[in-house]
Design a protein around this ligand. Sequence first.
Ligand SMILES: C[S@@+](CC[C@H](N)C(=O)[O-])C[C@H]1O[C@@H](n2cnc3c(N)ncnc32)[C@H](O)[C@@H]1O
Length: 519
Amino acid sequence: MSTFETLRALHGLIGDALGEIENVYRTQPGPTGPLDFPSLDKPYYKTVVHSSELEAAEKLTSDPAVVGAANRIVAACAQLSASVHKPFFQLTDAMMSDHLASCIEFLEESHTVEILRTAGDAGMHVRDIARAIDELRHADEPLEPAKLSHILRLLATYHWLREVKPDVFANNRLSALIDSGKTLEQLRDAPEKKHDGTDGIAALVAMTGDEFLKAVAHLTDQLLPTRERARTLRAILDKDRKGALPEKYKTPFNLAFRTELGYFDWLELPENKSRLAEFGRAMTGARAWEISENIITAFPWKDLPENSVVIDVGGGIGSSSMVLAKAYPHLRFVVEDREHVVEIAPSLWDASHAELIKSGRVSFKAHSFFTPQPSAIEVPGAGTISAPSVYLVRGCTHNWPDEDVVQMLRHLRDAAQPTTQLYIVDMILPLACVDTTEVAEPIPGAVRSLAPEGSPLLANLGKASANGYLLDLSMIAMLNAKERTLWEISDLARAAGWRVTGTTRASGSLWGYTSAIPI
Ligand SMILES: C[S@@+](CC[C@H](N)C(=O)[O-])C[C@H]1O[C@@H](n2cnc3c(N)ncnc32)[C@H](O)[C@@H]1O
């Protein structure tokens, strides 16, 4: 294929995929004609009541056909850009992409999205935005409107806001995503409650914009410790510490935050109290990586007998258990996590979930997954059981190095009955080429490529899947851990005494739902 033929094929893919999306919308007529795709210029606030037409249009964006076509568009556009953009501009865009993350962190931390919500489509002048930020933050030093306008313009350039007219900015569909839904009064009077009772997206921005961003910046320093720049940094840290310890800079996170503690231990320091609460909220926000209904249908929950017990291992504040408990009233959930987490978890749920906790359908228990499961578990409403029907391990294996994952799964295996199932939910990273890995035992659900047969797209859909590889690097930087391929997960499970029996992928994302049974 000549380059022009490849470019034309990518262009054709975009046109075809757009046609598929239009078809889905055309077959779902709204009250005044066919539904239109949600506009990038129009904010869609989750806490505001919308017209039934807008809501239907928004809902359709999660339709599997739409998600699939949208991913092909994103992949093809990125490949086209990379092909035709001057390489130097691609390079500088990439090398300074952290600026965009910093500006989005600023947007969240300064409550600019909530301020702009009050201004509506007409937007607000940067002078007034700066004044409003100062007021909300009880600032001693006024924020410079000139700097603010440059931050907001970078965001507008990347479609994260709109510059309506010179120095006047308004929210759009992307910025509205990080709206906490709180009023300005609430933010002024109790900023520490900004993320309480929210979908956690704003908390996810706070966590990734602070901890992840700073940690990843030290990746090369940590991996290539002898390079001169890294030596300078370490010399400063060692001086602070008065004598280096061999293990202290195990992760880029340790270098960035000048700590010898692992991330989770560090989160439990008294000075990180708000970060710990934010982490729990951010995990709720991380659910947006998958469509929340996916976990409801990804495993055969409905086939489990009445009063079956699911242990949500490393379940955090219970984000998955709450969704499942609402969907399956016949099941009982025990959320196990670290003591500090389960202590605060019940207080973080709003009234609509409190009943699940009060009735005992969802209970919390302090337990480290690196210690053996108890041989008898007291479950409210189900009595004493020796092993649950299911161990659910969501978003945990990616937090740990291989040997720790084997230990975690081995403890579950040791406590399991022959009928106990293990459900692992984490990203499953495809390769960037067609997967021709030769395996002794094929796994039902494994795929060789996510791209349409014969298309010039990367087998993992490139940019459309990039968030999985970005999260992978975040895990390396924060925790010396990683996201894994299906074969890596399967090998670790086997080493711990489990056999992977199948996997499915969330529509349009890299989230994978993997089932295993005791060997
Ligand atoms: C990425 S979060 C996932 C939380 C939850 N499963 C979810 O999907 O929202 C990882 C969880 O592992 C918990 N964790 C870390 N170390 C643990 C340990 N030794 N024992 C139990 N849980 C632990 C953390 O507190 C955190 O809640």
